[in-house]
Structure formats: C-alpha cells, structure tokens
Design a protein around this ligand. Structure first.
Ligand code: P6P
Length: 332
C-alpha cells in the first residue's frame, strides 16, 4: 500500500522543527489561513446555489465592482487572523487602508503583518471559472505597538517570510513557501484535510505557453507587441500556445506545472499595469522564484522593488526563467 500523503498539519509541525528559533507563530498563521480557506472554498463551491453571486453593489479602492464573495472572503480572512491574535496588522486589496489588531493581550505586539488579495479573479465566479486567494507575510520592522504603514507594510518583497495562494478550482489547493522551496497541498473536502500532493514544486526552465490578454494588443508597448509576434512565429519550437484564463492564480499555477510565461504589462490604458505589487506580484514572485522561475516588471526583479504606496501597481512578467529573460530582451 502506498504511503498516505502527509497532511498539511503534519508538514507544518515537521518543518516547524526546522525553524530553531521559531515560536510557532508563523505555523499558527499558516494554520489560520488554511482554516479560512476551507470556509471560503465551501462558499465558492456553492456560490451558484445561494444568493451570493453577483455584485455587492459597492466598489473597492481600486474602483472595481465588489462581488459579494469578495466581501465575504475579505471579512473571513481578516476575522480569522485577528481572532487568533497572530498578526499585528493586515492589509487587503479590498480595504482602503491597513487594519491594526486592537485585540486584548497586547495583540498589536505580534510580530507579523499579512497582506492579501482575498479573492483574486472574482469576476470569474459567475461564469464558474477558478479563482484564488493570495497572501504575503512579513516580520514587522517597528519593535512593538501599532504597526506603521511605511515601515511595516511597505517592505520590498525580498523581505517576505512566507507567501502562498489557494486556488479554488477543479480541486482546492494551498501552495505556499516559507523560503525553503514550494509545496502544494490538495484539500480532501470530504474530510476537510489538506494532503501534500505536490512536494517541492519546480517551475520548468522553459515552456510553450504564453499568457497575456491579447485583446489589449493595440495598447501595449512596442517591446510587448514584438514579444507576442516572437511567440507566434513559426520557428524553432514556436509558435507557442496561448492560454489566458483571466485569473492570475490559475494562469500562474498552470504555468508552474507545465512551463510558461504570464505577462500583465503596462499599456496606454494602464500606465503601470493592472496588478498590485503588494497583494499579487510580490507573493507570486516569491513563490515562483522559490520554485526556480523568474519575476520582473520587464526590467527590475519584482522582489527588489521598494514599495511607495499600499495599492501601487507594477507591470508583471512571471514564469519560466528562460521565457522571462527572452521577453526582457524585447523590452530593452
Ligand atoms: P484582464 C483579475 O481581475 C486579475 O486581477 C488577475 O487575476 C487576472 O490575471 C487579471 O486581473 C485579468 O485582467 O484585464 O485581462 O481582464
């Protein structure tokens, strides 16, 4: 009989020992995210059955129509993290500003801050396309007390201590890193347990898939137009295959399994691209680099960019190392 897969709980305990100075707070943080993800997964999977589809009737700071599930997921992750008094502050794509933990027991002295996109790609829910949650964890810089935006939240991505995503797809997976490689866990919904299904995920060095919204072609910089034509020409191992789900977590997860590049560039429509540096690009870049891939804004390593504001956007080139490097050649 094949060995049963290790559960996420067993994995965290086993790797907890690896953090000789760890007080277990990071493990408790990951555990609280996995719990919240199970609840969101339940809601996402029954969204078509109850009145939780469609728009919430308000817009977020991004000016995007909030879906009811966006609001639900945002509230659930925030409450789960605050109630466990593991973090001193939370920043969410759905919130105008960061949230401090007013809790008792001096919770605001906790040493981690979490930044997250609680339900990325949520416009796809109504058409039954997979969506995801993205999270990013930093150690606070200020020693104690209420966290400070500039110091504790606006840290470069190379300071992350953990990052991950949950993909609510044909199966629900939690994929995360704490800086020691990337591991994927699949949820068995029947018993509510995540099992280690994809140990030590590696991003293929190259691939045959390019993911970009070609509907914006006329608005792209010339370098991006030239790279798209490169992907389409009949030469060497090309033309590549075009695959674009319109859900960042799904597109990048597929490319990490099969090889490929995802690009959301700046354009004449969006001066710095659409994706948020803190909630989307930094966590995905940390995961992708830990799996051997590459992530840049076409010029600079994403993880080295010094953030200047919570909701800032950056162009995003992410995926198989040789494909990102080739695309960067066209951006020179
Ligand atoms: P577009 C979803 O809204 C998202 O933030 C990413 O998940 C996705 O990759 C991108 O935007 C899709 O944007 O402009 O191509 O519809």
């Amino acid at each position: 009989m094949t060995q049963p897969h290790q559960t996420l709980g067993e994995f965290i305990i086993e790797h907890q020992r690896a953090f000789k100075y760890s007080t277990g707070e990071l493990s408790r943080l990951i555990n609280s995210i996995r719990l919240a993800a199970k609840v969101v997964n339940h809601e996402v999977n029954k969204a078509g059955l109850v009145d939780i589809l469609g728009q919430h009737g308000e817009t977020n700071i991004q000016g995007e129509d909030q879906q009811k599930l966006d609001v639900y997921a945002n509230k659930l992750f925030i409450e789960t993290l605050i109630n466990r008094e593991i973090v001193c502050g939370i920043a969410s794509e759905e919130e105008d500003s960061f949230i401090t933990v007013q809790g008792h027991n001096k919770a605001h002295d906790n040493k981690y801050v979490v930044l997250m996109d609680p339900l990325d790609g949520s416009s796809n829910i109504d058409v039954n396309v997979s969506v995801g949650t993205i999270f990013s964890v930093y150690r606070r810089i200020t020693p104690i007390g209420q966290p400070v935006e500039m110091k504790d939240f606006l840290q470069p991505g190379n300071q992350q201590v953990a990052a991950g995503y949950i993909i609510y797809g044909t199966s629900t997976m939690l994929v995360y890193t704490t800086g020691h490689g990337v591991n994927g866990f699949t949820l068995n919904p029947a018993i509510g347990t995540y099992y280690l299904s994809n140990p030590n995920l590696k991003f293929p060095e190259t691939g045959q898939i390019y993911s970009i919204n070609e509907g914006n072609y006329v608005h792209f910089p010339q370098g991006v137009k030239d790279y798209i034509k490169y992907c389409q020409e009949e030469k060497d191992n090309r033309p590549y295959t075009s695959r674009y789900i319109g859900s960042l977590v799904s597109d990048i997860h597929r490319n990490m399994i099969k090889g490929g590049i995802y690009i959301y560039p700046k354009s004449s429509k969006v001066a710095n691209g659409k994706l948020r540096l803190l909630y989307e690009c930094n966590p995905m870049a940390f995961i992708v680099e830990q799996a051997g891939g590459k992530a840049s804004d076409g010029y600079r390593r994403i993880l080295d960019i010094q953030p200047t504001e919570l909701h800032q956007r950056v162009p995003f080139f992410c995926g198989s190392k040789t494909m990102v490097e080739k695309a960067e050649e066209f951006m020179k």
